[in-house]
Design a protein around this ligand. Structure first.
Ligand SMILES: Nc1ncnc2c1ncn2[C@@H]1O[C@H](COP(=O)(O)OP(=O)(O)O)[C@@H](O)[C@H]1O
Ligand SMILES: [Mg+2]
Length: 239
């Protein structure tokens, strides 16, 4: 297979007793690429991400990560240490008693010492604007705070590529702007899944879509919309 970060070839997958969710899907993410993926609810976006992470095994098809075809669980486990994967539901990502434990978990898993992992965790929490949250209990945080902690759990691993599944779900407009700022400051290759066209345009360079279980060119129609802000009366700009 070619030297892409992620390569999916002819992936077919159906959940038990369902029609195919993915129907011969082929996809590449190359080094330096920032791709945005959109598509209606139920189109198979999350399923595709779970397949490329090795969390679901496709019925047929081939997956290569960092230029190597994945043939067993151990290979996926190793490749996953280099990928920052943000789950659609933050509760799937946060399972430790404290925020610090959750954010240090990845670096510890990569083999760093406890001190090194804690310092990586603190750095990552600072990057998402949550310094001081170290001792908080993850499952008691707001949805937006959970999402940012979840992002910190992957940034602390200094991944080579980011894969974000609906990262703006549950975020306030302020938290969303903060996330856009964080992502624009990172030069990492990425695949961002979102139904929010403004967010995708701000955080990626090229759009693709998923329809009928396959990847299609993504064309967003220019549109205008009204929106509300707490400071809506203050003059402001959007780019
Ligand atoms: N665990 C599951 N069991 C059965 N069907 C599922 C499961 N998860 C998702 N599906 C179905 O698979 C299809 C694709 O779902 P999903 O990948 O979550 O879509 P998206 O992320 O694009 O909204 C949908 O029809 C969904 O209902
Ligand atoms: Mg989804």
């Amino acid at each position: 297979m070619s030297h892409a970060i992620i390569e999916l070839k002819n992936i077919v997958y159906a959940f038990p007793d369902r029609e195919n969710a993915l129907n011969g899907l082929t996809f590449h993410l190359h080094h330096g690429e920032k791709l945005g993926l959109f598509g209606p609810n139920g189109a198979g976006k999350t399923t595709m991400l779970h397949i490329l992470m090795g969390l679901i095994t496709p019925n047929t098809g081939e997956i290569a990560l960092f230029g190597t075809t994945m043939t067993d669980k151990d290979m996926f486990n190793e490749a996953r240490l280099r990928i920052g994967f943000l789950f659609q539901h933050s509760d799937d990502q946060l399972f430790c008693p404290t925020v610090l434990d959750d954010v240090a978990f990845g670096p510890l898993n990569q083999g760093l010492s406890k001190d090194e992992a804690a310092s990586r965790a603190q750095e990552a929490l600072q990057a998402v604007g949550l310094s001081g949250f170290e001792g908080r209990i993850p499952h008691r945080l707001s949805g937006g705070e959970k999402k940012l902690v979840a992002l910190a759990t992957i940034l602390s691993m200094r991944p080579e590529v980011l894969i974000l599944d609906e990262p703006t779900t549950g975020l306030s407009p302020e938290a969303k702007d903060r996330l856009i700022g964080i992502l624009r400051n990172l030069d990492m290759a990425r695949l961002v899944v979102s139904h929010d066209p403004d967010f995708l345009t701000a955080t990626t360079d090229r759009l693709i879509a998923i329809r009928d279980g396959q990847i299609r060119p993504g064309e967003l129609k220019p549109h205008t919309h009204t929106h509300v802000h707490e400071e809506g009366d203050t003059p402001h700009q959007h780019d």
